[in-house]
Write a protein that binds this ligand. Structure first.
Ligand SMILES: *Cc1c(COP(=O)(O)O)cnc(C)c1O
Length: 410
């Protein structure tokens, strides 16, 4: 009897985006990488692969300019540097995002001001952005979280009415569209990451995009220590870093980019199968996608009403982990503003710069200002997926969630 009750659940190994089980790379990448090495030219200032990547990515997205960088964080830093805030200026951003979207704001001496998120899409909204706009707002930076687009048409209306530039963080939303138009092309600058776990990857890497000539030029310079390559009298024009991608990375990126459309359609198919299998569970909601939007599923999120399950979200997540389904009960443990760097203003020495210049309201992170954020974090179950998931993997995940949800149902 006792052994029956303890019967171990048969686990299936799910493909992981941290290694070759869940990443589609091989001969195509090797071929171009070999060519880069054989050429002996590994710097993008002289080589061909990074240039090719930039041209092809701009063409794919339908923008005038794209520049490659060495991380997604570098892409966002480059974008903020191009906007060139004055110390103490504010950049509106989101409480649920990667820290790589936030520290660049602080490095460029601006204050990240957090807009609340919608508890069912986890994205900032036109309303939550408008609520925190001030006379100090220098830019708006949105994250299309998990691959689900923000409401860009309305957000752009608000921004354009006040001439505020918009940066779109598309690190998780390659291929996502609104009425057929790619995210990253609504705002003034798009930023992408090629980190290990993203839709396409080179381990580390990133891209910035823009159709604004002046912003694109400034981004190019920022990536290149602001050295005016090719100018009549080049100089280091302003404070900037070396964020260049190298040719080895560029070669792999070119091969990965060629597969992006296929990866995106794989992910949307997998997500559709998950939704079909999970849409009738009490207290569990499949992803909310607004009319006209194409979600490209960096992750697949369920919204769980904890009070409808015994032990709530945490118990559900624990039981799924026991079955080899490594879901985060929360994508991030806490809102970004509760991280020490921001909460305790640990920046440059003991100066607290630039937070020492902030309006008190801009750095007031009282819980009651962020109801959507706390509700989102308390209810989101983040499930991984990648281009190597086959139907047996999807079935395994769906069957186990169904079983556990029924066992825990009140
Ligand atoms: C991954 C990610 C970043 C940072 O990109 P890195 O390449 O890891 O530096 C920024 N924003 C979001 C939303 C991300 O998912």
């Amino acid at each position: 009897m006792a052994t029956d009750l303890k019967k171990p659940v048969k686990k299936m190994e799910l493909p992981s985006d941290q290694d070759s089980t869940g990443r589609d790379m091989g001969d195509d990448e090797m071929l171009l990488l070999g060519e880069a090495i054989a050429s002996g030219t590994l710097t993008s200032t002289k080589g061909k692969f990074v240039k090719q990547l930039e041209e092809q990515f701009a063409q794919y997205l339908g923008v005038d300019h794209s520049h490659a960088v060495n991380s997604g964080t570098g892409a966002l830093h480059t974008a903020v540097a191009a906007i060139d805030p004055e110390p103490g200026d504010e950049i509106i951003t989101t409480s649920i995002t990667d820290m790589g979207a936030l520290t660049p704001i602080i490095y460029q001496s601006a204050i990240p001001v957090f807009a609340d998120v919608c508890p069912s899409t986890y994205n900032v909204t036109p309303e939550s952005i408008e609520a925190v706009i001030s006379e100090k707002t220098k830019a708006i930076m949105v994250t299309h979280l998990f691959g689900n687009p923000c409401r860009m048409n309305e957000i752009m209306e608000i921004a354009r009415a006040r001439s505020i530039p918009v940066i779109e963080d598309c690190a998780q939303s390659f291929g996502a569209t609104i009425d057929g138009r790619y995210v990253g092309t609504f705002g003034d600058i798009g930023c992408f990451s090629l980190q290990q776990g993203k839709h396409i990857t080179t381990g580390e890497g990133g891209l910035v995009t823009s159709s604004d000539e002046a912003l694109a030029r400034r981004m190019y310079l920022f990536i290149n220590k602001a050295w005016g390559y090719g100018d009549a009298k080049p100089d280091h024009y302003f404070l900037a870093l070396n964020y260049r991608m190298n040719e080895l990375t560029g070669a792999v990126a070119v091969a990965q980019l060629a597969k992006l459309a296929e990866f995106v359609s794989r992910r949307t198919e997998i997500a559709a199968a998950m939704t079909a299998g999970l849409s009738d569970l009490p207290g569990i909601h499949t992803p909310a996608i607004a009319e006209g939007m194409k979600h490209t599923f960096w992750k697949y999120c369920l919204r769980v009403e904890s009070d409808k399950l015994k032990g709530g979200l945490d118990e559900l997540a624990k039981r799924l982990k026991e079955r080899g389904i490594f879901c985060g009960p929360r994508y991030i443990q806490k809102p970004a503003f509760e991280c020490e760097v921001i909460r305790d203003q640990r920046t440059f020495g003991d100066s607290r710069f630039p937070f020492n210049l902030a309006r008190p309201e801009a750095v007031d992170y009282s819980r009651d200002k962020f109801p959507g954020t706390y509700e989102a974090l308390a209810s989101v179950l983040v499930l991984p997926l990648n281009e190597k998931y086959e139907s047996q993997h999807v079935d395994y995940v769906v069957q186990n969630i169904r079983e556990v949800a029924h066992k825990l149902a009140k």
